[in-house]
Design a binder for this molecule. Sequence first.
Ligand code: 5AD
Ligand code: SF4
Length: 346
Amino acid sequence: MINIITKAEETHKLTKEEIITLLESSEFEKDLFEAADRTRNKYVGDEVHLRGLIEFSNICKQNCLYCGLRRDNKKVNRYRLEVEEILRLAHNASLLGYKTIVLQSGEDAYYNVEILEKIIKGIHDLGVAITLSIGERSEEEYKKFREAGADRFLVRIETTDVELYHKLNPGMDFDNRVECLKNLRKYNYEVGTGCMVGLPGQTLQSLAEDILFFKEIGADMIGIGPFIPNPDTPLREEKGGEFIMALKVMAITRLLLPDINLPATTAMEALNPNGRFIALQSGANVIMPNVSEGEYREFYQLYPGKPIPTVAADTYRQNLANRLSGIGRYISDEAGTSKAHIRKNA
Ligand code: 5AD
Ligand code: SF4
């Protein structure tokens, strides 16, 4: 076991069987997390990149079985932010020091190319990097968003178990999702993907395949979090993922893709009050604080237990800086372009 961890740390390569061995054993977990932490330090350093997250619409045309925003969930108060409001939030975040804005929404066709171009150009003019997380769009649209100034794009593959993917995402097509990732690569976005851990019917073998998929497509960023059953979805009775298993998938991902950006996800914090800090010490180097305001913020509920800070955004940031320095880390003052992306473009 320890040999596998050493091999991963030295060569950044493992076979599927070796990954499965790591995932199924509860021995040497500490060694795994420490190896991922060293690899993080060696390749991307002690700086932590903050991304200001704006959840600008919770309207979604898709019906993913796990997600609280699915179209059949009638209990959600749906909202859409206007262009001016989105630009105001982005401006405030940039004044606070955020160097990247992440625009996240359900798959909401209201935001057509014209509207999104306005938003992207407006944020680009603030001099910050822009990440889109708005789901599947045509190749032409991805091209136009890039031309308008979008730098990065997140589309989690969710699971590489094709049968499970189609069961959980009715009306969606796995091959099309992979095609989206390829199109994003084509237009030289920094490409983020990722998966959930502990989905009903998901095996350790398929988690190992998820990690190998991340490596194969050459991802620049990977978001990993436990699946958390939402009471307003068809998966309400399911068991949900375990914190430690999600942490292990994350740590192995760091070992195999040493120079990517790896966020300590909010879902990790939903299962463990200290989850994001544990993640930061097990391979992660990014945090995505929510910079939205207003009562609609609580309406963006993918899963229950989403932590909503009670302090103002500036206090939140200061508290975060203090806690980070307690673990020998600090907030980066750079845009935080993925080193994997820089390497590929060199
Ligand atoms: N538990 C954990 N993560 C979820 N997501 C959606 N629903 C859930 C849930 N119930 C994740 C998906 C999606 C991302 C935005 O949130 O991976 O891509
Ligand atoms: Fe919509 Fe994304 Fe939720 Fe699926 S996971 S229902 S695409 S918001």
